[in-house]
Design a protein around this ligand. Sequence first.
Ligand code: SF4
Length: 357
Amino acid sequence: MTTPTTDAPAVREEVLEAVGLTKHFPVSRRLGSLLTRTRPTVHAVDDVHLTLRRGQVTALVGESGSGKSTVARLLAQLYPRTAGTVRLHGEPVTVRGGRPFRAYARRVQLIFQDPFASLNPVHTVRYHLTRALRIHGNAGRTAADLDAALAKLLERVSLTPAERYLDKFPHELSGGQRQRVAIARALGADPDVLLADEPVSMLDVSIRLGVLNLLRDLKERLHLAILYITHDIASARYFADETLVMYAGRLVEGGDSETVTQSPAHPYTRLLIDSAPDPDRITGDAVAAGRERGDGEPPSLIRPPAGCRFHPRCPAAMPRCTTDLPPRLEVGDRPDHWAACWLYDPATVAAAREVNR
Ligand code: SF4
């Protein structure tokens, strides 16, 4: 009999998986396109593969309009998919409203960017949390059970004592407290997965860290699988175990957060990191260097560029980048670090070595 080794890295349980996730939104036709048969579509998300694991935070990073929030809504089953599969605990799931949706939402909860818009201003914290507990069958049988469940939810998000917050309206809370209530409401379902769509981007900088620490604490204490959607790659390094980078509807790089943020492989990831605010870099030379790095506008997703979608901005683009879509290629520095970039094609790497010899 084989004795399991204790120093092997623990393989975390897969909870939610997306395979080939794709979403194209049809757009209304202009007069000029009425005679053509094809209806224009926005290629919001194309062929996204990702796995969320218990007790792990996966960051999905990219610019506005890159498709990150659409991925979260597809995983939450708020939009129908154009193609691809979503698996929950290994089982393919497609739900459209009603009881199946409620059963799915019990396992997979979405936290929105704007905590003020996601809470009803005419209802108290007690109302929001009670409703979540009742809908998902976690309110218990008696008033005492409900009170205990409410206190536990608020304690989990560090809003204590509960009596101080339960009868407050959203406008009586700070932005950070509102987001904590929104997180408590999501926890009312007792989910396995939290999909957090830019959960701190609308909060003051001074309280962002507190909310991220809370989510990390929940990951550890409740073994939640968390998808953390952000445009701030620096926060991904701090908060996430794994980081995936998205550009123009496609994933372009992935790996453990330390590697992706400290040794970025894809030219777009390098651009994202270089674009993070840093007063030391705001000089004329830096602006010129930025142009060389590939600063510019993301492409139209109605007619995305052929080949690599980053090629119109990429300072390293080669002829094949304009025609051939790069697959995920191993970068080779760490296990699981990959980039969808022809620079990591073994033939390109060998040719570059030959030139440098
Ligand atoms: Fe640049 Fe080509 Fe890599 Fe795309 S595939 S990021 S265009 S080098």
